[in-house]
Ligand binder design. Structure first.
Ligand code: HEM
Length: 401
């Protein structure tokens, strides 16, 4: 088939049910577990949708995550001109990726996240107060879902929360697949500049936050250069708030539509861990999938992907695969959902997952306890969605109580 005759990916369109992994009508375009689809940039990619195939692809070193390679399945044109990608290890391979990732692994280990639970609880408490003061009715995204992870990641990194409007606006542009390339370049430049100033300030005056410690322990010793630290901090700042924020917003909407599960969570906190796993599976907010490029010929799902060909691991459909999750299109907080791929798989699997899980658990339990009469204050079919973002979510969630 010619590229121009292929179905266009991603398939979402405004007004779709926010819980549909890709729109129902467009599922018809998938003619098998590995389907060729057209990208908005004019290129194409193999869309891989089965759980087992997605796992195989993401753990195989036959695939590269380096987006600077020609043919990499980009959803938007790369900004023109030289681009400083230093430190952004999510799109690096091999030793280069591992060297930077290893500098952060201890920081996000479960035992260290347990230690910062009081900080998360404080962030949740102050955001709940802000929500209460803003309404009823009030926008839960603005007053609760966004501030919680943002307060936490700012505190961990040592970024002043007072600047949140500045970096939230720019990080939304970075994630928006429909963003104008010039706006994108400016947003990256401004964020890098902001973090460069912060790092310089830590050089002058050492601090105990993560950026401060990386300056003292890695930059000063020559293991890391300042440009790499800027890129790593940028990755954490963006990945650390937008993702969890969108999960909190969508999870709240889902629970409001399933009052029996909401009541169960309010009455029994022990349900929270299992429910969070099922929310991660069912909502899979990285809806545009994970892009990779084959380095050599490789068989995926009975199909040969040739060296140099692009592939996209569609996590949202893999997480609905009936072979692994019986009745995968149903939300069931009592199922064992731990095998979900919402955090990816393999060497790039999300480093922040223990933090995200703790934030979701604490935020949802405290929310439903603090507002027992929580209810939606808008038509659920008309809620504005972040449907052009790599990380899917609700732009607003008006609630009352
Ligand atoms: C990687 C999802 C929260 C930091 C990833 C990947 C996914 C993901 C799917 C894999 C990307 C790939 O293979 O191309 C999520 C979801 C979250 C979340 C669904 C919330 C519910 C966080 C948080 C942080 C974080 C809170 C940081 C504090 C990162 C980093 C990577 C990553 C640094 C790159 C890891 C690497 O390339 O080695 N995330 N994430 N994420 N995530 Fe998360």
């Amino acid at each position: 088939m010619l590229t121009e005759d292929l179905p266009l990916f991603p398939f979402r369109s405004p007004g779709d049910n926010p819980f549909t992994p890709v729109t129902g009508t467009d599922l018809r375009h998938l003619d098998g577990p590995v389907t060729r689809v057209r990208l908005p940039t004019g290129g194409w990619t193999w869309l891989v949708t089965r759980h087992a195939d997605v796992k195989q692809l993401l753990r195989s070193d036959a695939f590269s995550a380096d987006m600077s390679s020609p043919n990499f399945p980009l959803l938007r044109p790369a900004p023109n001109g030289p681009r400083n990608r230093s430190g952004g290890f999510i799109r690096m391979d091999g030793d280069e990726h591992l060297r930077l990732r290893r500098m952060l692994t201890a920081e996000f280990m479960i035992k260290n996240i347990r230690r910062i639970e009081p900080l998360i609880t404080d962030a949740v408490g102050s955001s709940l107060d802000a929500l209460a003061a803003a309404g009823p009715p009030a926008d839960l995204v603005e007053h609760f879902a966004l501030p919680v992870p943002s307060l936490v990641i700012c505190h961990l990194l040592g970024v002043p929360y007072a600047d949140h409007a500045f970096f939230q606006q720019r990080s939304a542009i970075l994630l928006d697949q429909s963003a104008d390339p010039l706006k994108l370049r400016d947003a990256i430049g401004e964020l890098r500049g902001y973090l460069a100033d912060l790092i310089e300030a830590r050089r002058q005056q050492p601090a105990e936050d993560l950026i401060g410690r990386l300056v003292t322990e890695r930059v000063a010793t020559g293991e890391l250069d300042a440009e790499e630290l800027i890129g790593m901090s940028l990755l954490l700042l963006i990945a650390g708030h937008e993702t969890t924020a969108n999960m909190i917003g969508l999870s709240t909407l889902l629970l409001l539509q399933h009052p029996e599960h909401l009541a169960a969570l309010r009455d029994d906190e022990d349900l929270a861990d299992g429910m969070v796993e099922e929310l991660l599976r069912y909502l899979t907010i990285v809806r545009t999938g994970l892009p990779r490029l084959a380095r050599r010929d490789v068989d995926v799902g009975g199909h040969t992907v040739r060296a140099g060909e692009p592939v996209t691991a569609l996590l949202s459909l893999a997480n609905r695969d009936d072979d692994v999750f019986a009745g995968g299109d149903d939300f069931d907080p009592y199922r064992q959902a731990q095998q979900h791929l919402a955090f990816g798989f393999g060497v790039h699997q999300c480093i922040g997952q223990p933090l995200a899980r703790a934030e979701l658990r604490i935020a949802l339990v405290r929310l439903v306890r603090r507002f027992p009469g929580l209810a939606l204050a808008a038509d659920p079919a008309k809620l504005p969605q972040r449907d052009t973002s790599i990380v899917f979510g609700l732009a607003e969630l008006p609630v009352t109580w």
